[in-house]
Every structure is written in C-alpha cells, then in structure tokens.
Design a protein around this ligand. Structure first.
Ligand code: KIV
Length: 254
C-alpha cells in the first residue's frame, strides 16, 4: 500500500491479492492516533478494548456506543492516511438490525470509516449495515464481548469448534465483510482460514500466517499492566513513564 495514499477497505482487500501484509493497531485518543498515522500504520482500530486500557473496566462488556463515539471523534481529528475502524460495543447490535444500523451510523458520523462487529451470529444485521453503505470488519475466535460464555481461552482447538470458525469466516465473507480479525485461535487454523477466504485475515494471538496483524497499542508499548501472554512487547513505557515521573518528583523536592 502506498505510504501516502488514504487507506480504504478496497485497498485492504487488494493487499491480499498483492501479498502486502496489513499493519493494524488500536488508538483511542488524538495523540496516539497521530503517532500511529504518522508512522504509517494501515488500520487504526478504535477498539472497545478502550474499556480496559482507558476506562479501567475489567472487560469490554460495559462499554457504550456513546463512549465509542467520543473516542472515535478524538481519533478522527488526528488521522489523514490510516483506515479508521470502530468497534460496535456489546449491546449496540444485538437488539435489532435497525438499532444496529443506527448505532453504526453514529460511529460513522463521528469519523469512523468502517465498523467491527464480533461473531457471526448476526449475519442479517451485518448485511443491513453494509447495505447502509458502512464497511464491516468481522471478528472471530476469542471474541472478548462473549468472555462470560467462552471463558478467556484459545478457541477452535477441538475439530468441531475449528470447523465452526472456518464456516463462520466463509459466512462473513459471503455477507460482504472486507476483512476478519482472528483472535486467539491455533496458528494452523488461522493459516487454513487465510487460504480459504479471499478477504484478508488480521491476526491477534493467531500466528504469523494471517494477512495482517493487530495489537492493542498499550500492550505492545508495555504501557498496560495486564497484557495477554501472546503480546510481543516492543517497549516498556510503563517503567519509563514511572521513572520520568519519579525524576520529576525528585526535581520538585530538591
Ligand atoms: O477492542 C480491540 O482492541 C480489539 C482488538 C483486540 C482486535 O477488538
């Protein structure tokens, strides 16, 4: 993908044809979004992981559409090139397709260019959102909004579960999704899915054979205290920030 040209869902799909890997990270505020965009990231996800890392909730379930809208607005003010994808939070798409389209529209009006929706249980809703002109990214495997039902563990280890994830990926592709996040599934399964579907897979804890990768930025920069085991830490900014604040306090005291 051209480093200057605006990234669009069509270009993300095209990346798979050319073999260019897709880079994605999360951002929830102006400053981080600017850093990611200026660094050349392809996709910025305003993830509902903001519930954990920004708002201190124990999981993503309490996050509301209103909270998402506020963070999407901040991110969109900073971004010129990356594709901005916003998570549809728990409760924003389950009630009815009409409510889901209305909530997706709010995210798009706030500055998102696509939405991400967990699971393959709401195919009709996904089609309605796409019909409204809103690109949709899917999300399969471990889907954090269903942590109470699934438990926090790798999905698709058993043959039957693995087959379901493959079928779900094909159903999301058929429904018109432009990409699918695969979270915490066996690496071989991610490889099989990535070969079977024509739209790109974006992995998180799903091995190197996906068409792209995503991390929560606070995890890969070592800012968040409780990252998942599979995260590769590129920095330890938590320790660095604490050292800087301690130095500041010392300066004041002296
Ligand atoms: O909310 C989020 O940050 C996500 C990623 C973990 C894919 O959904």
């Amino acid at each position: 993908m051209d480093k200057k040209e605006k990234v669009t869902p069509l270009k993300i799909i095209y990346s798979k044809k050319t073999g260019k890997k897709i880079s994605a990270l999360t951002a929830y505020d102006f400053t981080f979004a600017q850093i990611l965009d200026e660094s050349g990231i392809d996709i910025i996800l305003v993830g509902d992981s903001l519930g954990n890392v920004m708002l201190g909730y124990k999981n993503t379930i309490p996050v509301t559409n209103e909270e998402m809208v506020m963070h999407v607005k901040a991110v969109s003010r900073a971004v010129n090139r990356a594709l901005i994808v916003a998570d549809m939070p728990f409760g924003s798409f389950q009630n009815s397709s009409e409510a889901a389209v209305s909530n997706a529209v709010k995210l798009i009006k706030a500055g998102a260019e696509a939405v991400k929706l967990e699971g393959a249980e709401y195919i009709k809703t996904i089609k309605e959102i796409i019909k409204a002109g809103i690109p949709v990214m899917g999300h399969l495997g471990f889907v954090p909004q269903s942590v109470n039902a699934l438990g926090y563990k790798v999905q698709g280890k058993e043959k039957q579960d693995a087959n379901k994830i493959v079928n779900d990926a094909q159903a999301l592709e058929k429904a018109g999704c432009f990409a699918i996040v695969l979270e915490m599934i066996p690496h071989d399964l991610a490889k099989i899915i990535s070969k079977k579907i024509k739209i790109p897979t974006i992995g998180i804890g799903a091995g190197a054979n996906c068409d792209g990768q995503i991390f929560v930025t606070y995890d890969m920069l070592g800012l968040y205290g409780n990252p998942p085991k599979f995260v590769k830490k590129y920095e330890d900014f938590n320790a660095k920030a604490k050292a800087a604040v301690k130095k500041y306090i010392e300066d004041i005291n002296s």
